[in-house]
Design a protein around this ligand. Structure first.
Ligand code: PHE
Length: 342
């Protein structure tokens, strides 16, 4: 019996415990209820009563030895497995997280599309300041001095004397072009404009327009119509029709509101066109002779047409977007829906 105990003690001392499976094997072999030590305790009954106390003590020592060996091996293993676990967090076989490319803003896409269409028929692109003076935004454009028209445009004035302001339309660039260049002029001018309006689904204090101007000898309303007709077909589809409604702007005479036939319902009537079959995209007209002379162009020699369209308006129609605020919130769930290269 004592020999047996010594042999088991040697085995325990020599046991190789290198991983969790071996640790479990060790536990079953020595500590478990059916293990070597338990069966030795069973054998204790057969030991002569006078030796039993002595053998029992040795057996208890063996039991402690086995437990100590187990605890030590377990601790060693858990510290090494912790190390392995951190290494395992880097799984080099996993596919990489793809790099997501940004997309163009819908307003940029539509602006580029508009610019490209007009470039094909000989328009070049011009630019002007967003912080403007009264002359270029109003006076040169034939807005009478102290006329309520200035208020009509909900202007953000930047100076007490009202001479510095945020441009309310891109028509200021018309003036700057006509002042600085000699006809023929054929330009489109996309840009940001500002009006003091409460922000809602249908109005914003900041939006975009694209202005068009053609000044030459003998330019007529017919040229304006054909140019915008070409644009409407290229932008909204070849079966698009166009309509002009009489209107008023101080800087054009005659003036018109431009409508296109609703490309959603093809003129049948739907909720985009409010059942009318037509949707408005901007204003236009023949450059007022006063504006030409304000800019140093002889209205007896030259005539011209101008138009201004809302880029948000066209984008909303094209993509059926119902809330203007989406354009400035920059919510990626909205922006990601627009894919394009231009
Ligand atoms: N500037 C006008 C507006 O903002 C639009 C327009 C431009 C009308 C050119 C006629 C000619 O409402």
């Amino acid at each position: 019996m004592v020999e047996k105990i010594q042999r088991v003690a040697q085995e325990i001392e020599a046991a190789q415990i290198g991983n969790a499976a071996e640790l479990e094997q060790f536990r079953i072999a020595y500590i478990g209820r059916k293990g070597a030590i338990a069966s030795l305790f069973d054998d204790l009954k057969q030991v002569a009563p006078e030796q039993r106390r002595q053998v029992g003590q040795e057996l208890n020592q063996l039991k402690n030895l086995a437990q100590a060996r187990f605890d030590q091996a377990q601790e060693q293993l858990s510290s090494t497995t912790a190390g392995t676990a951190t290494e395992a967090a880097f799984d080099f076989t996993l596919p990489p997280v793809p790099n997501t490319l940004g997309t163009r803003h819908p307003l940029s896409l539509v602006r580029s599309e508009i610019v490209r269409i007009f470039e094909r028929i000989g328009f070049n692109v011009a630019d002007g300041p967003e912080i403007e003076d009264d002359w270029h935004n109003f006076t040169a454009l034939n807005f009478p001095e102290n006329h309520p028209a200035r208020e009509m445009q909900d202007t953000f004035f930047l100076s007490e004397d009202r001479d510095k302001l945020l441009r309310t339309h891109t028509s200021n660039v018309q003036v700057r072009l006509m002042e600085n260049q000699k006809p023929p002029l054929r330009s489109i001018m996309p840009g940001r404009v500002y009006r003091n309006e409460a922000i809602s689904a249908r109005a914003h204090m900041m939006f975009h327009q694209v202005e068009g101007l053609y000044v030459n000898k003998g330019v007529s309303f017919k040229d304006l119509k054909e140019t915008l007709y070409y644009f409407a077909k290229e932008m909204f589809g070849q079966d698009t029709r166009i309509r002009f409604r009489p209107s008023f702007f101080p800087f054009t005479e005659p003036s018109a509101e431009i409508d296109i036939s609703c490309f959603i319902c093809k003129g049948e009537g739907c909720n985009i066109c409010k059942q009318s079959g037509w949707v408005e995209i901007g204003g236009a007209g023949m450059v007022d002779p006063n504006v030409l002379s304000n800019c140093g162009i002889d209205p007896e020699v030259y005539s011209g047409f101008a138009f201004g369209m809302g880029i948000e308006r066209i984008t909303m129609l094209k993509y059926q977007i119902r809330d203007l605020r989406l354009f400035t919130e920059n919510d990626v769930r909205f922006l990601r829906q627009f894919k394009g290269v231009i």
